[in-house]
Design a protein around this ligand. Structure first.
Ligand code: XIL
Length: 333
């Protein structure tokens, strides 16, 4: 491929990442991945669902094969994800349709966090400890506890499950001397202002409480903006969310970027240009905030294999050829 590598274009700004499975670790897909990226996230492999065998014992064999390949290729690895309401074994918090007690659910959550963090150690540069804990369109963002998603984790443990998850993760990192591994909170609809406000108040309060006992230290190091956008997304809303999050004194990661087009199937020229324009607007904003933005990760290599493939959201087409979106990201100004 003779395109300028995105990782070189953004070398002085932030890491450029992509979501991977074993399929990206060979052939043309690996070539494209290596050419443009220096960071990867496992698209699925490191989710709680895949950490156990059928007898509920930890088994990281498959994931480890992927991680070995990632390391052989020299990519940084962003850890996704420890506590989530999806792709996570139900038995962690529920038995026979009944929620476990707070103590039992907490014990399972702690064990999952501890064993997983210990397994990967400093092979990851960050963990998304909690994913998607906030409701959409929270009506009273300041009152963030009441705006949390009523997930099974929330119902079994209570509104402090997040804070407890981060404290556990921090403790395990500290005990093992992995202080450089960052802890992220990650969520979508990050361009929605009431949702980004609620996340802001949540991170602020959790970090303030922690800093009272540990002056000058962060519990949550970073906010992950998934960045699953669409043709109606307004770049200025993304800018406002970034400006808000940076006030927290945390780093910001764009963790799962893609932009769906309005219609499905093959893109019209007009739609391809509109998508490219939004990518350009976003990267212009990311560059302005590069002092706090640590990484920008695309959620997939090309349209054909994207989780939202019907709406062609990525930079490369089904033949791995660059779309207008690639050129927009390469030169957003
Ligand atoms: C998606 C994957 O891309 C799909 O392959 C899988 O079937 C479902 O999950 N938010 C997240 C990601 O945090 O883990 C999701 O990834 C997309 C939405």
């Amino acid at each position: 491929t003779d395109l300028t590598p995105l990782k070189d274009i953004y070398e002085d700004y932030f890491l450029i990442g992509n979501a991977v499975s074993m399929t990206e670790m060979e052939g043309q897909r690996l070539d494209l991945l290596r050419h443009h990226h220096n960071l990867v996230t496992a698209e699925n492999a490191m989710k709680p669902e895949y950490a156990y065998d059928s007898s509920r014992s930890f088994n990281f064999n498959d994931q480890q094969r992927l991680v070995d390949r990632i390391q052989e290729e020299g990519f940084y690895l962003h850890g996704h994800v420890l506590v989530w309401h999806q792709q996570s074994p139900e038995w962690l918090h529920t038995v026979d349709g009944q929620l476990l007690s707070r103590e039992e659910a907490l014990e399972n959550m702690y064990t999952h966090i501890e064993e997983t963090i210990i397994h990967y150690g400093d092979d990851v540069i960050a963990w998304e400890v909690v994913n998607e804990a906030m409701n959409d369109n929270p009506r009273d963002p300041e009152n963030w506890r009441d705006m949390l998603r009523r997930s099974d984790w929330y119902d079994a443990i209570g509104d402090d499950y997040l804070e407890l998850a981060y404290r556990k993760a921090r403790e395990v990192l500290d005990e093992n001397g992995w202080e450089e591994v960052k802890l992220y909170y990650n969520d979508y609809n990050d361009d929605n202002q009431s949702k980004s406000r609620a996340i802001y108040y949540m991170v602020q309060e959790i970090n303030e409480t922690y800093a009272e006992e540990n002056p000058g230290e962060l519990l949550i190091d970073g906010v992950g903006m998934q960045g699953h956008y669409n043709a109606s997304t307004i770049a200025d809303n993304v800018r406002q969310s970034i400006e808000r999050f940076r006030e927290l004194g945390v780093e910001i990661g764009v963790t799962e970027l893609d932009i769906t087009s309005r219609s499905s199937g093959e893109l019209s020229e007009e739609e391809e240009l509109a998508q490219a324009l939004l990518y350009a607007e976003l990267f212009a904003i990311y560059k302005e905030h590069a002092d706090v933005i640590s990484r920008v990760t695309f959620w997939g290599l090309n349209d054909a294999t994207s989780w939202r493939s019907e709406n062609n959201p990525l930079l490369f087409d089904e033949n791995l050829q660059a779309k207008q979106a690639y050129y927009a990201v390469a030169d957003p100004e």
